[in-house]
Ligand binder design. Structure first.
Ligand SMILES: Nc1ncnc2c1ncn2[C@@H]1O[C@H](COP(=O)(O)OP(=O)(O)OP(=O)(O)O)[C@@H](O)[C@H]1O
Length: 573
């Protein structure tokens, strides 16, 4: 790869904290992993380790694989294996929470994550008027160097009575349980209460590199600040204009302001390797930046178009996009239809509300995810919810541990068994194309019963009584669960539909972004708001073809601004 001068400068910078602000498609992955190799070269035989942290397991795996190839250039014995790749939360969990937090929590057992649906949590609430707040709705903020408890009221922060909240959190802490937010709270306090742990971490990881740093939340920042004060050199790399997790306390400010610190050196990446110049021009218009396209101008039929839609016309618009992708010789697996909300994504993908009642609904949902939409991960998670609901007093934390693969390796075998059940039509969850009442239901019941017996025998987890009653067939249709499944099969593979959040970090050949009027307005107004940044992320995923679907009712008013931004109107090709 022919690296740019900007990329080289970052890779070869001295061993010190860096702040790298990069535009979309600028090769952050390639740069960060090469920087890591160079850091390892500079550290030579030092026993110190370097951690490269990101926010998704996919990103972590990409870094790991890429490093394994590139690190071949390091001399033998240069400590090349002393690097760790993890998600930021994974790092906090494996180095602080799991091994050490129980002492600070006053618990007799190792800390464990809960998803929020575990029945025992109903006994944990925080005093609040007029109704107590479930502890799972409690959030932790960070202001003026202090943590505080609050809850979200229609998008606003409402501070809780701090004493009452702290009492509730400590009571839950004594059981060893934590929610995502409370996990970070306990990690922070563990580092303060147990300075030996902090010192050991600094010795082990004197250098930490955080990719996608715009996603660092306030509590993550609080933990990183403790590590930095104790001596860890932290480098941040990311794009503040792609900060789309504000609801989780990540607004990109930590990254944006990091270069102001005395010990930090600022760098930037301003060349987009991903998108055609016409797409890059729109990205510049939205972000107010002047980033440079790497790819040459090429007039072909690919490009950027807007097109009006009304709700009844949406299926036709999706078909037209599908046809255009095929016409241009692109692969449909490299195309995506994106929107802001998961509700609209489900509607566009044709996901129906699952039929059936109670626990049966989980299995119906799983079968539909698998058979109609090819969403195997979602199918697995629905099966996990169904099976855990059928266990009598399941081990605490089981639902969360099974749902988040990275969190607990001891459950590998059970996870495999549940994966097999959720995938295998012949031996596990039956096909949604069977008549639901008379064929799918009895088969499902018999196979769930067998699976529960095996789980009892092999893992010691006892099933509940009255399985037949809990898995009654009430509310199931006489015909197939996925009415229309035959039709879907006949139409062949379809372009995937998802939210913008789902495709963060990806390069996608052809993108159709289905926007509402507020989404469009926010995007055209720039990247100051989160909604505007979501539009920026959607646009900058596209390599070659970008279609923007605009509500017909807004077309007249928005046309001038869309043309000014660099879009062409679809009919004008
Ligand atoms: N020097 C280079 N020469 C050619 N291609 C490059 C170079 N650097 C990176 N690329 C390519 O650019 C593409 C985009 O890179 P990458 O996905 O890392 O971008 P990114 O900065 O993470 O983008 P985003 O933040 O928008 O997800 C990749 O296909 C990568 O291989």
């Amino acid at each position: 790869m022919d690296l740019s001068a900007e990329q080289q400068a970052i890779i070869n910078a001295p061993l010190a904290p860096l702040a790298v602000i990069a535009c979309a498609g600028s090769g952050k992955t390639a740069t960060a992993v090469r920087r890591l190799v160079e850091m390892r070269r500079l550290l030579a035989d030092s026993r110190a380790r370097v951690a490269l942290l990101s926010f998704s397991n996919v990103a972590v795996d990409t870094f790991r694989q890429s490093y394994q190839t590139l690190a071949q250039t390091l001399p033998n014995g240069a400590g090349r294996s002393r690097v760790d790749f993890e998600t930021l939360d994974g790092f906090i969990t494996s180095h602080i929470l799991r091994p050490h937090a129980y002492r600070t929590m006053g618990s007799q057992r190792a800390a464990f994550l809960v998803t929020g649906t575990e029945p025992f949590l109903s006994g944990f609430t925080c005093r609040r008027d007029p109704f107590p707040l479930p502890i799972t709705d409690m959030k932790v903020g960070f202001e003026n160097n202090e943590l505080f408890f609050y809850y979200d009221f229609q998008g606003n922060i409402k501070r809780l009575d701090q004493n009452a909240a702290s009492l509730a959190v400590r009571r839950l802490g004594r059981t060893g349980a934590y929610t995502h937010d409370l996990g970070r709270y306990w990690a922070y306090h563990t580092l303060i209460d147990q300075p030996l742990i902090l010192r050991a971490l600094v010795r082990r990881y004197p250098h930490v590199l955080v990719d996608e740093s715009q996603d660092i939340g306030l509590l993550h920042q609080a933990i990183l600040e403790l590590l930095m004060r104790a001596g860890v050199q932290v480098s941040l790399i990311g794009d503040p204009n792609q900060s789309i997790y504000e609801f989780a306390g990540a607004n990109g400010m930590f990254l944006r302001d990091y270069h102001r610190r005395e010990e930090v050196t600022a760098f930037s990446l301003t060349r987009n390797y991903r998108s055609r110049p016409s797409i890059q021009a729109i990205a510049n218009h939205i972000s107010g930046r002047n980033d440079e396209p790497h790819r040459p101008i090429d007039p072909g039929t690919h490009g950027v178009y807007f097109i009006g839609y009304s709700n009844p016309e949406l299926p036709g618009l999706l078909d037209a996009f599908h046809a255009e992708v095929a016409n241009l010789g692109m692969r449909i697996e490299n195309a995506a239809i994106l929107c802001r909300s998961s509700k609209l994504a489900d509607q566009l993908a044709g996901v129906n509300e699952p039929s059936g009642r109670g626990i049966v609904k989980h299995f119906v949902e799983a079968a539909l995810h698998r058979d109609m939409h090819g969403r195997f991960q979602d199918a697995y998670k629905a099966v996990v919810r169904g099976i855990v609901s059928l266990l009598d007093g399941p081990p605490q934390g089981l639902l969360a541990s099974l749902s988040h693969p990275a969190h607990d390796r001891s459950l590998q075998d059970l996870r495999r068994r549940l994966w097999a059940f959720s995938r295998e039509v012949e031996t596990g969850l039956p096909s949604s194309e069977l008549p639901a009442m008379d064929s799918w239901h009895p088969l499902m019941l018999a196979r769930v019963r067998t699976l529960l017996q095996e789980i009892h025998q092999d893992f010691g987890m006892v099933p509940t009584d009255n399985l037949g009653h809990k898995l009654a067939r009430t509310g199931l249709p006489a015909g197939p669960l996925g009415a229309g499944a035959d039709l879907a099969a006949e139409r062949g593979p379809r372009i995937r539909v998802g939210t913008v959040h789902h495709v963060k970090g990806e390069s996608i050949d052809a993108v159709l972004y289905v926007a509402t009027r507020p989404h469009l307005q926010a995007m055209l107004d720039g990247v100051e708001t989160e909604l505007g940044r979501i539009g920026y992320v959607a646009v900058t995923r596209a390599c070659n073809l970008l279609w923007l679907a605009v509500p017909s009712a807004a077309l007249r008013e928005m046309r001038p601004a869309l043309l000014a931004a660099g879009f062409q109107e679809a009919g004008d090709r």
